[in-house]
Ligand binder design. Structure first.
Ligand code: COA
Length: 243
């Protein structure tokens, strides 16, 4: 499934309404047994240029701490199926933080990624200060957060923030190709794999290893785990049922 943030006149600034729409579409994708993977991209020049600054100006701290906005964000964060960010242009502030909630990040060679909040007297507040250092190390994360200067997709790839840089006209094709490969796997198993890999960023190693073991044991209970093993032994393609 392809989801496009579609507020191009405001560079897809993440208003509460836009987050609400995104959350609703992700809920549909999660419930749909035919959806194995979601690709998220932006219409126009941006993936998303951050939280909605006009809303922040109007509503002050309520625009940030609004429980409904925070719960929308948490539900996007908790999306169980694999999520690919196809970063087509600016991914700034909350736009980058949204991309960091995705499992695989691809970007066009024209994309700019950054945390410019410091330039407007703020700093990342939707996960950026925690996820960036885990991905690119303390020094580079500090440089991004404290200068607010955006980086190119090419540098983001070198720093391990994204996995591939593509010519702009190849970005979606490649994202959909990867999504297609993931969708051929078992829809029952890929969320386990996602959860396990995520645990690596969230838990100390010993706890992460225990979590991985628990998830592996749980996955043995699924039809598809048994089918995958049987299909291999019988030298035939697996017929996954997504359960
Ligand atoms: N919130 C609300 N509106 C935003 C926005 C945001 N985060 N980012 C861009 N927009 C709006 C602009 O206000 C403008 O609207 P207008 O045409 O009604 O004036 C429109 O999107 C286009 O942006 P503009 O600034 O004219 O485009 P540009 O090409 O000159 O600059 C950016 C592009 C990304 C460099 C610039 O828009 C920018 O710095 N945006 C804010 C980035 C940011 O600080 N994000 C973190 C927010 S906490």
């Amino acid at each position: 499934m392809l989801l496009t943030l579609n507020r191009p006149d405001k560079l897809n600034a993440l208003s509460k309404a836009l987050l609400g729409e995104l959350e609703a579409h992700l809920a549909e994708a999660e419930a749909d047994p035919g959806t194995g993977c979601v690709v998220l991209t932006g219409a126009g020049r941006a993936f998303a240029a951050g939280a909605d600054i006009s809303d922040m100006l109007e509503r002050g701290v309520d625009s940030y701490a609004d429980p409904e906005r925070l719960s929308r964000w948490a539900r996007i964060e908790g999306f169980r199926k694999p999520l690919i960010a196809a970063i087509n242009g600016y991914a700034l502030g909350g736009g980058l933080e949204l991309a960091l909630l995705c499992d695989i990040l691809l970007a066009s060679d024209t994309a700019k990624l950054g945390t410019p909040e410091i330039k407007i007297g703020s700093f990342p507040g939707d996960g950026g200060t925690q996820r960036l250092p885990r991905l690119v190390g303390n020094s580079f994360a500090m440089q991004m957060v404290l200068t607010g200067e955006p980086i190119t997709a090419e540098l983001a790839e070198r720093k391990g923030l994204i996995s591939e840089v593509l010519p702009a006209d190849r970005l979606l094709e490649r994202a959909l190709e990867i999504a297609g490969q993931i969708a051929q796997r078992s829809v029952a198993i890929t969320p386990y794999a996602k959860t396990a890999v995520r645990a690596a960023a969230e838990l100390p190693l010993a706890e992460g290893l225990l979590r991985e073991r628990e998830l592996t044991i749980e996955a043995f209970e699924t039809h598809d785990r048994v089918e995958g093993l049987r299909a291999f032994a019988e030298k035939r393609p697996a017929k996954f049922k997504g359960k």
